[in-house]
Design a protein around this ligand. Structure first.
Ligand code: PLP
Length: 441
């Protein structure tokens, strides 16, 4: 462990409170958790207390904290060349794009690099609009696509509403059997009815006005809503039927989180555009991008693409992508995430739910899970914010850094998490649920 120094910890906290303006928050009552260091799935504070990072920060540390090969690649690139402007070329950017395209498979041929996930979606939407000559974009209410002009309006959750300046965005309900909008009682029914609803929205909006449907490979922040079998295939068919481009947002679900390189590969479909960020290099350097099908890439062979960013394909980001993807391949990180989901997290979370009636549903795959928490298992009424705050406190006190969203705890460790770490974390979850249930009874 490095950086253990309680005085420095206090200073980090006070500097933050004095000068850092935080996302999505009223600033007054904030009391941020201060992190001193990390390695793989573990982080520690300035007092030397260790925590299992079952949040992966913002569900992005897929390769874990401070992977030595990724850190070394950034150091080496920093010594060589830190910045190459987008019109020029260098080895790292080309190699990063080549590896990403390889992992996405055919028909993808090119990558447009951005600074993160939101501007990846922004540019994918722009490409779809330019290629189709249409302007509307359809997305689900239960979604998050980022915090910029079009991305925040494509977002379905509450964060859209105060930002709704951009025109041409239409929302629909995706499948979610546990809280079905379609009165469905099976995954097959939910999928069929959700597809019918989507097709009716397309028809009612006027297919000739719709450029793109944008969907997360697995909606993440909205609650890890793994699409039922057949749903993504059905969306692909609707897109084909009406000449609409399909953008799959893999910012959270990609690069191992779902036990595959991309979640769309689990459904065996081919999008027209794929967006990524987070897990591509675990955020060691900010980066995102759009993976472009050959057909769309060729559209811009003779036409100018009217978009760009100073840091598109930044050298440090590119070097970290190359090292991260290579380490994931060499160390079987994707396979580990899949195995952890199947053999450890899946069964352990099901057992946890069997012991705690507050856990209404366990959903997920790989290292991408959500516990949907209810105050009444019959009505499925969501637990309140105080219950979630109490669970977060109890988990932290037991050495687990959790990820919470609305009435849910998301169980999202790095893809490199070990079976022993899962076992340790499960003891903490079990005890935390017991403590919170006892306090409220
Ligand atoms: N898309 C999805 C699915 C996300 O989960 C996020 C962030 O959580 C974004 C886009 C936005 O990415 P960024 O915060 O890098 O702009």
């Amino acid at each position: 462990m490095t950086g253990i120094d309680a005085v420095e910890g206090r200073r980090a906290h006070d500097l933050d409170r004095a000068h850092v303006f935080h996302s999505w928050s009223a600033q007054g009552a904030l009391d941020p958790f201060v992190i001193a260091g990390g390695l793989a799935s573990t982080i520690w504070d300035f007092d030397g207390r260790e925590y299992l990072d079952f949040s992966s920060q913002l569900v992005n540390m897929n390769i874990g904290h401070q992977h030595p090969k990724v850190v070394a690649a950034i150091q080496k690139q920093a010594e060589l060349l830190t910045m190459v402007a987008p019109p020029h070329a260098d080895i790292a950017r080309g190699e990063a794009a080549q590896r990403i395209v390889e992992k996405a498979g055919p028909p993808f041929s090119k990558v447009f690099f951005t600074n993160g996930g939101a501007d990846a979606n922004e540019n994918a939407i722009r490409m779809a609009r330019l290629v189709t000559g249409r302007d509307k974009v359809l997305s689900t209410y239960r979604s998050y696509h980022g915090n910029t002009g079009a991305a925040i309006v494509a977002t379905g959750d509450w964060r859209r509403v105060p930002n709704e300046f951009a025109r041409g965005h239409v929302h629909f309900f995706g499948p979610f059997l546990y809280r079905s909008e379609f009165w469905a009682s099976s995954e097959a029914e939910e999928s069929e009815r959700a597809l019918h609803h989507l097709e009716r929205v397309v028809q009612a909006e006027g297919p000739e006005s719709i450029a793109a449907i944008i969907l997360e490979g697995i909606p993440g922040t909205a609650g890890v809503l793994v699409p039922p079998p057949g749903y993504l295939q059905g969306v692909r068919e609707i897109c084909d039927r009406y000449g609409i481009k399909l953008i799959v947002d893999e910012v959270m679900s990609g690069f191992g989180r779902a036990g595959e390189w991309f979640a769309f590969q689990l459904a065996g479909i081919t999008p027209d555009l794929v967006t990524f960020a987070k897990g591509v290099n675990s955020g060691y350097v900010p980066v995102g991008g759009v993976i472009i099908s050959d057909e769309i890439a060729r559209h811009f062979d003779e036409r100018v693409f009217p978009g760009g960013l100073t840091y598109s394909g930044h050298a440090l980001a590119a070097a970290s992508i190359v090292a991260s993807i290579d380490a994931m391949v060499d160390e079987g990180v994707i396979e580990n995430a899949r195995m952890i989901g199947t053999d450890h997290l899946g069964p352990a979370l099901a057992a946890l739910a069997a012991r705690h009636p507050m856990i209404g549903e366990v959903r997920g795959i790989g290292v991408f899970w959500a516990l949907d928490l209810v105050s009444d298992p019959e009505t499925r009424a969501p637990v309140d914010a105080a219950t979630i705050a109490a669970l977060k406190r109890e988990l932290l006190a037991r050495g687990v850094l959790p990820f919470a969203a609305d009435n849910r705890i998301h169980v999202v460790p790095p893809c490199v998490v070990t079976p022993a770490e899962v076992e340790r974390a499960m003891v903490a979850y079990d005890e935390a649920f017991t403590a919170v249930a006892a306090a409220s009874s």
